[in-house]
Design a protein around this ligand. Sequence first.
Ligand SMILES: [Zn+2]
Length: 202
Amino acid sequence: MNKREAVIVVDYQNDFGDKNGSLYVSWGELLAPRINEIMKETKAKWGIIITSQDWHPSNHVSFASNFWLPAFSLKDGEVKWPNHCEAGSWWADFIKGFEKSLVDRRVLKGTSKDIDSYSSFGGKEEKTLLSLDEILKEYQIKLLKIVGLATEYCDKATVMDALKLWYEVEIIQSAIAAVNVHPNDGENALEEMRQAWAKILP
Ligand SMILES: [Zn+2]
């Protein structure tokens, strides 16, 4: 019997994948058909689909504006971002073309002022307050397929947490995209994930 699997769709949200988004990842919007295809393949095998979304209050600790700093400044060793994915806004919603009707469960992250999480494992379901790990255990999921944005930030953080929790992890290269602030950031992140025993699939 195949292992039960889940697709984790990481932060496939307008601020990251719309051309006017404050943290637009080039080509992010073009991943929707491929992500939809992967979700359908998993559903056909009785797997489940879980999304994570950044879901921040306007006074969030990751926003440069709350420290009167320019976006992308470093503070205490952490990057401070432009305002993004404010809870309930269009910018925090899924990118056009993404088939949200296929989603089974949804976790939200960075929902309180002082807490940020790149990793989807830092998210909780709104109604039940279950963590991603608790939801996965509920379905006895063993294998995770990671898709979404962005390779070297939230995808990598999610992959690394998943491996620490002993999930088998596949990251699908045709369904992720990198920011590449430095030209090789995406490639380097993939190499780190490979060395941590994630499987990189085309
Ligand atoms: Zn964020």
